[in-house]
Design a protein around this ligand. Structure first.
Ligand code: ATP
Length: 260
């Protein structure tokens, strides 16, 4: 299953204001089983691109195809993890994980799936607990288990660890890397963190400031699990590519503030 993004641009039309161009001429092809990160300055359109891949938004022009099929809506061929876990507070952990399967799978199989995926994210002991009884990192693990339970080939992750502390983030990065290696899923991962992108990805798609374009398709050719000392040099390289873009965003913001 291959993801093909062909010449995609996206405008947002805002009432009473000029329309805003979020993305411009995005071409990107992702092979089955790849771990690809989208990295770029704030507002460059990473989440917009991911939500179009998820089928939650449509491009203004161009096309997105998954396994040669035009992406027009969300579906079981792709699952998504957001920055916030968005769990149902009135359901137990197990019920949250099996919720998306309620129409497609008999109860007995759902139980088996819940056990399997809660084990994968090290939450086997917590199936009967409710979200408020878990830490933020544990809640995000439940969200990951819920996405995995859908068993789609493509897992989309939009800054999944952005709201977590450094240590929890580190643990979950290792878990996601292991799950990716064990399952062979294709992962598209949005992050602000250069280090996180280098630690996890085969490729880093570096984007320009808005309207987002791809300025580099950066290959990370390091053995896994990746060691900090090997990653340091690549971090500098990626930072150098991004620096101009981050400066552009700062300049634009200062200019905007100056007009007020
Ligand atoms: N529904 C919307 N309506 C209008 N403008 C939008 C909408 N969604 C996103 N935008 C705008 O499109 C641009 C890209 O937003 P997006 O959230 O994709 O960027 P991002 O790179 O994910 O940002 P961040 O890294 O800060 O999360 C921004 O200027 C944002 O304000």
């Amino acid at each position: 299953m291959c993801l093909d993004i062909n010449n995609v641009s996206k405008y947002f039309h805002r009432q009473g204001e000029q329309s805003l161009q979020a993305l411009q001429h995005i071409h990107l092809s992702i092979e089955e089983g790849e771990f690809v990160s989208l990295l770029g300055p704030s507002g460059c359109g990473k989440s917009t691109l991911l939500s179009m891949v998820a089928g939650l938004a449509r491009p203004s022009s161009g096309s997105l195809k998954l396994a040669n099929q035009e992406i027009t809506e969300p579906g079981p061929d792709k699952s998504m993890v957001f920055q916030e876990p968005a769990l149902f507070p009135w359901m137990s952990v197990k019920e949250n994980v099996t919720f998306p399967l309620r129409k497609s799978m008999p109860k007995q199989d759902r139980e088996i799936a819940a056990r399997q995926y809660l084990k994968m994210v090290h939450l086997s002991q917590f199936g009967s607990n409710y979200p408020h009884e878990l830490s933020g990192g544990m809640q995000q693990r439940v969200a990951i288990a819920r996405a995995l339970a859908m068993d789609s080939g493509l897992l989309l992750m939009d800054e999944p660890f952005g709201a977590l502390d450094e240590q929890t983030r580190h643990v979950l990065q290792e878990e996601v890397e292991k799950i990716w290696m064990d399952t062979g899923k294709t992962i598209v991962f949005v992050t602000h963190s250069i280090r996180e992108a280098i630690k996890l990805s085969d490729r880093i798609i570096i984007m320009s400031a808005r309207p987002g374009t791809i300025i580099s398709d950066f290959k990370v050719d390091l053995n896994r699990p990746r060691q900090q000392k090997d990653m340091a040099l690549l971090e500098e390289e990626v930072m150098a590519i991004l620096k101009t873009e981050i400066d552009n965003v700062m300049k634009e913001e200062l200019q905007y503030a100056g007009n007020y």
